[in-house]
Design a protein around this ligand. Structure first.
Ligand SMILES: *[C@@H]1O[C@H](CO)[C@@H](O)[C@H](O)[C@H]1NC(C)=O
Length: 129
C-alpha cells in the first residue's frame, strides 16, 4: 500500500523524487518570481510594490502623479496578484523590508513612503530620476 502510494506520488511529481539538484515545483515558482521582480526593477524607472488598500502606498503614488506627472511609474498591487505573497517574500530577502510601499528608482532601493517623502522634501527625488 505504501509502495503503491509512493509510486503514484512519483508519477505525479517526478521532479520531487529526483536528484536534489533538480528544483521542486515550489522552488521553480520562487525562481520565476525572483526573475520577474528583478526584470521589473531593471526595466522601469520607478517601481512601487504596493497594496491597493494601503494609505501610505497611495501617498507614495500620489507624490509621483503630482510632483513628476511625466514620469511613468510601474505599480504592482500585491494584494490583487496571485503571486503577491511570493513577491513580498522575495522583496524581504532583497531589501530587508517586508512592508509596502517598497519603492525603487532607477534600480536603487528607496524604502517606504517616509523615505520617499523625506527625499522629496530635500529635493533629492528629481536627481534620482
Ligand atoms: C535578482 O537580483 C539579485 C540582486 O541583484 C541577484 O542577487 C539575483 O541573483 C537575481 N536573481 C535572478 C533570478 O535573476
Amino acid at each position: 500500500m505504501l509502495r503503491r502510494g509512493l509510486s503514484l506520488f512519483s508519477a505525479l511529481y517526478p521532479s520531487s523524487l529526483a536528484s536534489s539538484s533538480s528544483p521542486s515545483p515550489r522552488q521553480l515558482k520562487e525562481m520565476v518570481t525572483k526573475d520577474f521582480v528583478n526584470q521589473t526593477i531593471a526595466q522601469n524607472r520607478v517601481v512601487i510594490f504596493s497594496k491597493s488598500y494601503c494609505p501610505y502606498c497611495k501617498r507614495a503614488k500620489d507624490l509621483f502623479t503630482t510632483a513628476f506627472p511625466g514620469v511613468e511609474v510601474k505599480v504592482l498591487e500585491l494584494d490583487i496578484r496571485d503571486d503577491g505573497p511570493e513577491i513580498q517574500g522575495y522583496l524581504l530577502q532583497l531589501t530587508d523590508q517586508r512592508t509596502v510601499p517598497n519603492i525603487f528608482i532607477n534600480q536603487k532601493h528607496i524604502g517606504g513612503n517616509d523615505k520617499l517623502q523625506a527625499l522629496h522634501k530635500a529635493d533629492e527625488v528629481r536627481a534620482l530620476l
